[in-house]
Write a protein that binds this ligand. Sequence first.
Ligand code: HEC
Ligand SMILES: [Cu+2]
Length: 346
Amino acid sequence: MTCLSLLLQGSVTHEYNLFFWAMVALCSTVGTGIAAFLIYCAWHYRRRSADELPSQLALNIPAEVTWIALPTLLFITMFAYGVKIYFDLERPPDNSEDVYVVAKQWMWKTQHLGGQREIDTLHVPVGRAIRLNLISQDVIHSFFVPAFRIKQDVLPRRYTSIWFKATVPGTYHLFCAEYCGTEHSQMIGWIYAMDPKDYQTWLQQGAAEGSLASTGEKLFHQFGCGNCHHFSGHGRGPNLRGLYQRPVQLSSGEIVIADETYIRESILQSRAKIAQGFQPIMPIFQGQLSEEQVAALIAYIKAIGPAPGGEMPSGPGEEMGDYGGITPDLSHPASPATAQPKPGVR
Ligand code: HEC
Ligand SMILES: [Cu+2]
């Protein structure tokens, strides 16, 4: 089982293996072919007498064209195939499930959207694409699951992401693949790929604190974010509804996409980038919020989603805690998918 399961589990694993072996086959065929031809020529055209002069061959156009065009085509095909796999690995499918991973010396802390937290383990359902949002709270680590053919650097201050889809239930090794200090070799864990039904049961056992987004909502109030960020668009801070993945115009003239890294930096280092039309009055939360809490706030900001109809709600300034009439559905720890209501999108 281990041997077989080492070969086939992830969705990209299959293609990845094929690509790898195709590359090995092509390169070794070309390599040995050239070596054999070289040895043959060295022997066949060897100098037979001291005064022998080689015959002067004229340029052979068809031969030249063949040995330039053929390898070029072969290797460009290989490159294109590699690019395709790279993009597949970089772009998670739309319906993938988010998991937040915080690395630290020397452990992996994982958080599900439903609020379930784990240390050095990650439970996932088979057949579902899982998108990991990875960040480190100290040095550089690397999230490596050989069976799924995924390896991604985990950096401080910046989110990186990678996705995978387990296809065979089982327990798979997780390693840290970047030397990160004394106990680096013990920074290991397990991915439990479960049957979707067992996974639902597993989910129901955790999440005592409610979904990740609802934890984020609590923090949002606890840290007074709502004093400035109203959901009506008339606060002292920008309306955060629909912020995720939206282009933001900065006062420096730059335009940035509000991805996880931007939102995180806006919270912890609010002065680093100032949204156009606003004053740099937001307190700096660096040191007050842990990476886990920031992840919860990001999950909350994502979950409040765009305003109904896609328009920014406008109207008279409203009280703090106003959600523009809709309360996001943050109450289902058992089904993380519902914690991200995107109208019309699944
Ligand atoms: C004193 C008022 C104030 C408080 C409190 C405050 N913010 Fe802000 N926030 C602002 C202002 C003003 C901006 C726009 C200027 C800037 O980018 O710093 C901003 C920007 C942001 C942005 C970037 C938004 C964009 O459109 O680019 C995010 C995200 C954010 N705040 C989240 C939070 C969170 C989360 C909290 C609570 C932990 C919080 N803020 C607390 C005033 C505040
Ligand atoms: Cu590490």
